[in-house]
Design a protein around this ligand. Sequence first.
Ligand SMILES: Nc1nc2c(ncn2[C@@H]2O[C@H](COP(=O)(O)OP(=O)(O)OP(=O)(O)O)[C@@H](O)[C@H]2O)c(=O)[nH]1
Ligand SMILES: [Mg+2]
Length: 393
Amino acid sequence: MSKTAYVRTKPHLNIGTMGHVDHGKTTLTAAITKVLAERGASTFVPFDRIDRAPEEAARGITINIAHVEYETDTRHYAHVDMPGHADYVKNMVTGAAQLDGAILVVSALDGIMPQTAEHVLLARQVGVDHIVVALNKADAVDDGEDTVLTDLVELEVRELLTANGYGGDSVPVVRVSGLKALEGDPRWTASIDALLDAVDTYVPMPERYLDAPFLLPVENVLTITGRGTVVTGAIERGTVRVGDRIEVLGAAVETVVTGLETFGKPMEEAQAGDSVALLLRGVPRDAVRRGHIVAAPGSVVPSRRFSAQVYVLSAREGGRTTAVSTGYRPQFYIRTADVVGDIDLGETEIARPGDTVTMSVELGREVPLEPGLGFAIREGGRTVGAGTVTEVG
Ligand SMILES: Nc1nc2c(ncn2[C@@H]2O[C@H](COP(=O)(O)OP(=O)(O)OP(=O)(O)O)[C@@H](O)[C@H]2O)c(=O)[nH]1
Ligand SMILES: [Mg+2]
């Protein structure tokens, strides 16, 4: 193999686009790669490559999140483009769990829509601390009175962010056109530069837990013919090197890492925050699944019971119209795992849409849990709650 090794020259951050269906997330993602490719350090990824991850087309595996990489002058980014449709929110949840910052895409033509609000809420819940707003399609509302409308949309977005604890007054809101930038219109490629500058300066470099034992939630599993089984995902904490022993929780497998790559480039050592593919020795393809955890052997003890604080989404946010009560059995989306769980609301007994409640949960199987871990609760294709683990056991 003569692949060029990954060289870590700049700090690495994970970022992503989120927002309502059709507001232009994928177009903007393509535009960002195009503008940066012209600056020199990145590769242009066209719209149809992002909208359809090759694995998805070729293998029929549901990936639903496309990863691209790019570099600004000061940073290396892995960017996930999150689908807007409500059915795919679970992917946003699991992808967002690893985001250091997000670009909220809001169409200046349409303003805030239900999934805009839902995504902001979920981002808060899974611990995304910094959002930059791309007020997209600004080309289509460019003249005269229409800037008044755009000003109103901006105001509305800032209010939404403030209501969700993001300090909407200080969040950068950049008027862009992904579509016109993709077409090479200089006015709008400049808008993408401005957006990237806002991301570079507003989203701080997060603290990485490099000294903690290695942990990676499995996002996807692939087979490389003749080489073996590969798991992919973003490293939550610690570091990993080729030759390290690891265990796969959920699969009860202990083995050795025999290969390590990021975006197709081999690396010697990967660290917290990196999106990687790990080649595992002697592991059958069907032994490992999305939702399993790869970790340093013996470093985590999975559990089934926990207490949590949970916000029950209102109908306006895409949630339920009726209350939930003890005995309710929805799906819990924890890291990349999707596990059924029984809830016990104790003396509160019922939780109405819009309420924040404490609950005890007993999961259908053990997963690694810890206080502060965010999760989503889903039922029949929609998100009904967003919570944080307060106590394990
Ligand atoms: N006028 C204008 N149209 C745009 C712009 N960006 C995207 N569009 C159009 O809006 C539509 C949706 O764009 P996408 O990029 O697919 O939107 P998305 O948010 O990724 O959509 P989903 O992934 O389905 O949620 C397409 O027809 C785009 O051409 C823009 O800046 N200006
Ligand atoms: Mg899209």
